[in-house]
Design a binder for this molecule. Structure first.
Ligand code: LLP
Length: 381
């Protein structure tokens, strides 16, 4: 990736930089591989930078939201309300009211108590809630424990075996219209076998439901396609082809059924970079530390999921040295990388923490009373 380094030098660090050209190419690639009646809803949780969201809305994608705040952000960015799906195990009453009031496309419902509350609120508001059932397919994804969602012991969704009863109940509700089935097995998934397994589970469930006379016009397979954190420049655009081909090959849709995806990371991960300045290079007893002005408050993924983001010194390329790259926060887990080989680094150098577009800026916190870093798109520099 080419960085406008001269402009970077003038900005207050740390900050997030989004490469608009790469974002555009990524969206274009994903969109170009869709079959008719396939739709992508951008998983807003990955990045709510207004400029990034605006580009995605402009490209014609829908939005996948998990809170009232995300619904507001999606509407403000220009996503049409009829493209918004709303998921989450714990929807508050005001969020349900907001979603009904905005006439969003669909609620992804995760439990019977939630369904009952949606019916009650919809009745009070004189509306009909379109709902899809989030089903826990009990498929384990090959990814980090903390971002696996589709196994029986996870809190998400309704068990497959309870589905017939749930559909029967929903059909008795006057203000609820059942329009779909929803699934999501986890995030940062690179093994297409997992999506093949999901597809087969969906086929099984659809067969069972069909034997009871139940079929719905929409199937939503969630998100989860991973990105290459190790080689962001070799694979700047994720493997959408294999991903979509897997569903083409294994998923058997009923006639007229529309297929929905909720992609987050794969759309915005690689276009984003956290740019930070080196404060000190400190020689410890056994190790050498590069201390940056960005910390776990600005990119929590390494601390939370042992994630490794590629780190580049934007000022120099050689000779190489070995460092622990750490932030300034008063926590021992505030470490971006250990024993990391990178160009010999000096105070004042700018470093790029790559692949930070997804779950970077949006997960930032103000811990230690740190101001939230700004985010810039290419054309805003
Ligand atoms: N749909 C549902 C229901 C989800 O729970 C998620 C992500 C997505 C779609 C989008 O998944 P994606 O395409 O981005 O993998 N903070 C973690 C990731 C948490 C993902 C939560 N759910 C991380 O930084 O790795």
């Amino acid at each position: 990736m080419e960085f406008p380094i001269d402009r970077f030098r003038e900005l207050q660090t740390p900050f997030y930089y989004y490469d608009t050209a790469l974002l555009g190419q990524t969206l274009q690639t994903a969109q170009s591989l869709l079959m008719p009646d396939w739709h992508i809803h951008y998983a807003v949780k990955a990045c709510t930078n207004p400029g990034v969201m605006h580009r995605i809305a402009e490209a014609g994608l829908g939005a996948d939201c998990v809170s009232g705040g995300e619904i507001r952000a999606a509407l403000a960015a220009g996503f049409p309300s009829e493209s918004i799906v709303f998921a989450g195990v714990g929807k508050s009453d005001w969020e349900i009211e907001l979603a009904l009031g905005s006439d969003i496309f669909c609620f992804n419902v995760e439990s019977i108590p939630e369904l009952e509350v949606i019916q009650e609120i919809a009745q009070r508001m004189g509306r009909t809630a379109r709902v899809a059932f989030r089903i826990n397919p009990n498929v384990g994804a090959h990814t980090h424990e903390n971002i696996t969602t589709g196994r029986a012991e996870n809190k998400f969704g309704i068990a497959m075996e309870d589905m017939v009863g749930v559909v029967r109940l929903a059909r008795t509700m006057a203000n609820v219209e059942c329009i779909g089935l929803h699934f999501h097995i986890g995030s940062q998934i690179l093994d297409m076998e997992d999506f093949a397994t999901l597809s087969l589970r969906i086929n099984e469930l659809q067969e069972v439901l069909a034997s009871y006379g139940f079929s719905f016009p929409h199937v939503n397979v969630g998100g989860g396609l991973g990105i290459d954190y190790e080689h962001p420049d070799l694979s700047p655009i994720p493997n959408f082809k294999d991903y979509f081909d897997t569903f083409k090959r294994y998923l058997r849709l009923h006639k007229g059924q529309q297929l929905h995806f909720e992609l987050g990371r794969s759309l915005v991960g690689q276009c984003g970079t956290l740019v930070t300045k080196v404060l000190y290079v400190k020689q410890g007893n056994a190790r050498q530390f590069v201390i940056t002005d960005a910390g776990m408050t600005d990119l929590i993924r390494p601390a939370l999921y042992d994630a490794q983001h590629k780190i580049e010194n934007l000022m120099r390329q050689s000779p190489l040295a070995t460092y622990d790259v750490v932030g300034p926060i008063c926590e021992s887990s505030d470490v971006f990388a250990r024993d990391y080989r990178m160009a010999e680094t000096r105070r004042g150098d700018l470093l790029a923490l790559r692949s930070s577009g997804a779950y970077g800026e949006i997960m930032a916190s103000q811990y230690n009373c740190r101001p939230l870093p700004k985010g810039y798109l290419t054309e805003q520099l």
